[in-house]
Design a protein around this ligand. Structure first.
Ligand SMILES: [Zn+2]
Length: 158
């Protein structure tokens, strides 16, 4: 993995940390243009009571509203955790490009089970099962433990 890519992923972990600091689940994502510029970023906002407020979903809708189809296809979404099925579907529906995630849904499922968190109402599936044409890279072991720690803190400190 290139240094610039790790930088984007570190920003995702930072955003996830910000989410945790305001009492939300620790997920963060950035949308990077073909030119390497972060054009949008977000963290989870489900503490509002709306459980669809995932950052990847917000970025997909932002991209649909603000980027041409060509720019969307050439963009990359970096994210602290692999897209859930809802977000993977939104990503594919708006024609965004590659995805790079720090930790996989499989890892998250194992971590939450360790923490005895009840399973979510939507099955966790790999992105490739939902959006088979999207190029996906991850997990990234050098950052995954930081994301694990954020989830541990969310369920043990809040
Ligand atoms: Zn999601």
């Amino acid at each position: 993995m290139e240094n610039s890519e790790l930088q984007y992923l570190r920003r995702c972990v930072e955003l996830a940390t910000e989410a945790l600091a305001v009492g939300d689940e620790p997920f963060g994502s950035v949308l990077v243009s073909a030119e390497g510029e972060i054009v949008a970023e977000d963290h989870n906002h489900v503490a509002s009571g709306d459980n669809t407020r995932h950052p990847e979903f917000e970025l997909a809708r932002w991209a649909a509203a603000n980027m041409t189809p060509e720019a969307r296809a050439a963009a990359t979404v970096y994210t602290s955790g692999e897209h859930c099925p809802m977000c993977a579907a939104a990503h594919a529906w708006v024609g965004l490009g590659r995805i790079v995630y720090v930790s996989s849904s499989e890892q998250l499922t194992a971590w939450l089970s360790e923490l005895e968190v009840p399973p979510p109402p939507v099955n966790t599936l790999p992105i490739s099962s939902v959006a088979p044409s999207v190029v996906v890279e991850g997990p990234v072991p050098e950052l995954a433990e930081q994301v694990h720690e954020l989830h541990r803190r969310f369920y043990t400190e809040t």
